[in-house]
Design a protein around this ligand. Structure first.
Ligand code: HEC
Length: 133
C-alpha cells in the first residue's frame, strides 16, 4: 500500500467517523445539554448532586444532560406526572428495562442507599423545575 492510498483511507475513516458521531452522538440524548439552567439547590439537593455525580452521571450526564449511555432527565418523559418519585427508587434498586430509548437496559445501582435516592430525586426535581419540566 502506498502513501496515497493510506491518505485516502485516512480521509474516508475521518469522514465516516464524523458522520457517525453526528448521527449517534450525545446530541440525540441531551439536546438541552448546551443551555441548562442551574438553580440554587436546596441543602438536600446539594447532597443529591454529589450522589448523582457518583452513581448516575456516568450514564445520565452531568446536570442530568444525558450521555451516549443514558437519557437526560430534562425531558417531558420524566416530569413528575409521568415518572413519579417512586420511579427513581425503583430504577436505582431494580434497574430499568429499555422502553423509552435505544440505550439498552439500566442495571441496578449497587450499594445505593434509600437516603441517597431521596436526595438524588430532590436534586433532579429542582433541576427539572428550573428548566420547565
Ligand atoms: C449504566 C448506565 C446507567 C446508570 C449508571 C444509571 N442509569 Fe438510569 N437509566 C439508564 C438508561 C439507559 C435508562 C433508560 C431506559 C429506557 O427507558 O429506555 C435509564 C432510566 C432511568 C429512569 C427512568 C425509569 C423509568 O421508569 O422509565 C430513572 C428514574 C433512572 N434511570 C434513574 C437513575 C438513577 C437515580 C441513577 C443513579 C443512582 C441511574 N439512573 C443510573 C442508564 C443508567
Amino acid at each position: 500500500m502506498n502513501i496515497k492510498m493510506i491518505a485516502v483511507l485516512a480521509i474516508i475513516l475521518g469522514v465516516s467517523y464524523a458522520a457517525w458521531t453526528l448521527f449517534t452522538g450525545p446530541s440525540s440524548a441531551g439536546e438541552e445539554a448546551t443551555n441548562i439552567n442551574i438553580p440554587e439547590f436546596s441543602q438536600i439537593a446539594q447532597s443529591g448532586q454529589i450522589a448523582f455525580e457518583e452513581n448516575c452521571a456516568a450514564c445520565h450526564g452531568i446536570n442530568a444532560a444525558g450521555t451516549e449511555t443514558g437519557p437526560t432527565f430534562l425531558h417531558a418523559f420524566y416530569k413528575v406526572g409521568h415518572h413519579g418519585d417512586g420511579a427513581f427508587t425503583n430504577a436505582a434498586k431494580n434497574g430499568v428495562r429499555a422502553h423509552h430509548w435505544p440505550f439498552g437496559d439500566m442495571p441496578p445501582v449497587e450499594g445505593i442507599t434509600d437516603a441517597e435516592i431521596r436526595w438524588i430525586t430532590k436534586y433532579v426535581r429542582e433541576l427539572q423545575a428550573a428548566n420547565g419540566y
